[in-house]
Design a protein around this ligand. Structure first.
Ligand code: VGL
Ligand code: ZN
Length: 206
């Protein structure tokens, strides 16, 4: 059984937001068209407390986009974004959230970032998504949303590791592209057995 997973299509990741992904908003019509066609739709929502460890503002000696070493490895320091309860954390106003059966929040632990929909960035703290999908008999995921090279990639690769068939809908995702991270993300996804599909082809399958 298939599900569409819409990753972090929130105001702060769209132009005008705190951590804007170039053209992030342009995917909304395509995502809505997909959500209307899939039998099961799930969304993630980046949902950080103020003062989150991933925010550069929590590290006085650092600037946004610096990379530091934390307990669980490298951490990119981001501008404050998707703070719980703020406008920036809301979904893009044109995104149709009605079809979504589950909205999974992540990144709410102050000391740990969470790019993947399956595991926090320590690689061991589960979000519960694997169990939810398995119990519901979902074995194939179609990913779209933001950002290709962070939350979409980490979710896609973890999805493969958890044993799901994973497709990324190429024209329904956009990347941050920090120091070549976008090309590297496509390589990593390819190596993990993630398949790339167009929205047109995905709509035919749905
Ligand atoms: C994301 C950076 C920080 C994403 C979330 O949704 O890709 N990127 N938090
Ligand atoms: Zn975040």
């Amino acid at each position: 059984m298939d599900a569409l997973l819409i990753v972090d299509l929130q105001n702060d990741f769209c132009p005008g937001g705190a951590l804007a992904v170039p053209e992030g908003d342009t995917i909304v019509p395509t995502v809505n068209a997909m959500a209307a066609r899939f039998d099961h739709v799930i969304q993630t929502q980046d949902w950080h407390p103020a003062g989150h460890q991933s925010f550069a503002s929590s590290h006085p000696d650092h600037a946004p986009m610096d990379v530091i070493e934390v307990d669980y490895g490298e951490q990119v320091l981001w501008p404050d974004h998707c703070v719980q309860g703020t406008e920036g954390a809301e979904f893009h106003p044109d995104l149709d959230t009605a079809p979504s059966e589950l909205i999974l929040r992540k990144g709410f632990r102050p000391g740990i970032d969470s790019y993947s929909a399956f595991y926090e960035n320590d690689g061991t703290t589960p979000t519960g998504l694997t169990g939810y999908l398995r119990e519901r008999g979902i074995d194939t995921l179609y990913l779209c949303g933001l950002a290709t090279d962070f939350c979409v990639k980490w979710s896609a690769v973890d999805g493969r590791e958890e044993g799901f068939d994973v497709y990324v809908i190429e024209d329904a995702t956009r990347g941050i592209d920090q120091d070549g991270s976008l090309a590297q993300a496509w390589d990593e996804m390819n190596e993990a057995g993630v398949q790339v599909i167009s929205s047109e082809a995905a709509l035919d399958l749905a």
